[in-house]
Design a protein around this ligand. Structure first.
Ligand SMILES: Nc1nc2c(ncn2[C@@H]2O[C@H](COP(=O)(O)OP(=O)(O)OP(=O)(O)O)[C@@H](O)[C@H]2O)c(=O)[nH]1
Ligand SMILES: [Mg+2]
Length: 295
């Protein structure tokens, strides 16, 4: 009874024209947006920056790219033995996703968001670092698969690169199809056709078509291998096991990166070079734009 009485007294006072009630109401209405903004802003700020993952065969230029994006200049590198992470910031030359509708003449400063770039070793025996980072609980914001555009002109180099890329794309595809909701499972992939400065390097469109052709061979031989080894049988085909191990559009004759869109993996192939001769050094503008688009 005493409780309801005191509420009644309080309500009577709150709705009365008393000056103290008006001041308190005014203070509440003025301060509450400020307080809500403060809490929301603090929450947004305390979030860890998103992570982009660098993967690709050994010698493709992942560590060189990491040092260039983090420090502005590429440093000399050695074959990586363990993963490393660096904090990077989008340069003002690249527009972040949130700034994409800004007018060219808008002079207020761009947001220049920060992100983490995580380098993984490309050596065959150390690729579990890359695969666990992709299939682990905390998904990366995007994957940058670095390719040596000169190495893919040789049969062996092309086969190694395509096989690794096939496995990475299949992991991402499985992550997407096995997820209960599609939220956070659409991980875009940038195939960074690096070393465009090298005389023997293939142009970007050729890097793309050769990789697509070779990935097609990999998925054919993997599916044949499953059937031949007895791991998969006719029942598996019916149950969809074979289908879930097939990259891209199931049963399609030719593989293309666009098929990955259906599986929540947007693949872009863009060229550049981390190091090179003086006037062409550090041509990574298209890659920065891709990072900005996906931040
Ligand atoms: N010409 C040229 N050389 C490059 C370019 N990018 C990287 N390199 C060279 O390629 C070599 C290998 O680069 P790394 O960055 O160590 O390669 P990585 O992908 O980290 O290799 P792992 O750590 O073994 O997986 C280095 O000698 C780089 O200087 C480029 O754009 N052009
Ligand atoms: Mg390295």
């Amino acid at each position: 009874m005493a409780g309801s009485n005191s509420i009644e007294v309080w309500m009577t006072w709150a709705f009365s024209p008393a000056i103290s009630a008006i001041i308190v109401t005014l203070l509440i209405s003025l301060l509450s947006p400020v307080i809500i903004h403060y809490f929301l802003y603090r929450k947004a700020n305390s979030k860890e920056p998103p992570t982009f993952l660098l993967v690709g065969p050994s010698g493709a230029g992942k560590t060189s790219l990491l040092t260039l994006l983090a420090n502005g200049t590429p440093s000399p590198t050695h074959t990586s033995q363990s993963p490393t992470t660096a904090l990077c910031q989008l340069p003002s030359s690249a527009k972040a996703r949130e700034d994409r509708y800004r007018s060219e003449h808008d002079t207020t400063s761009l947001s220049r968001p920060k992100f983490l770039l995580s380098d993984t070793p490309g050596h065959g025996k150390l690729r579990h670092h890359a695969t666990t980072a992709i299939s682990g609980p905390k998904a990366p914001k995007g994957v940058i698969f670095v390719v040596d555009s000169a190495a893919v002109s040789s049969t062996a180099g092309l086969a190694e690169t395509a096989e690794f890329l096939h496995d990475i794309l299949l992991l991402l595809q499985k992550r997407h199809t096995q997820a209960k909701t599609s939220k956070g499972t659409e991980i875009p992939v940038l195939v960074a056709a690096n070393k465009q400065d090298v005389f023997t390097s293939l142009p970007v469109n050729l890097v793309q078509s050769r990789l697509e052709g070779e990935i097609d061979k990999v998925r054919q031989s993997r599916s044949k291998g499953l059937l031949d080894s007895g791991v998969a049988n006719e029942d598996d085909v019916i149950n969809g096991d074979e289908e879930s191990n097939w990259l891209g559009e199931y049963g399609s004759k030719e593989f293309s990166f666009t098929q990955m869109g259906e599986h929540g993996v947007d693949v872009k192939v863009l060229g550049g070079n981390v190091v090179g001769n003086d006037e062409k050094a550090g041509q990574v503008g298209e890659w920065w734009d891709w990072i900005g688009d996906n931040l």
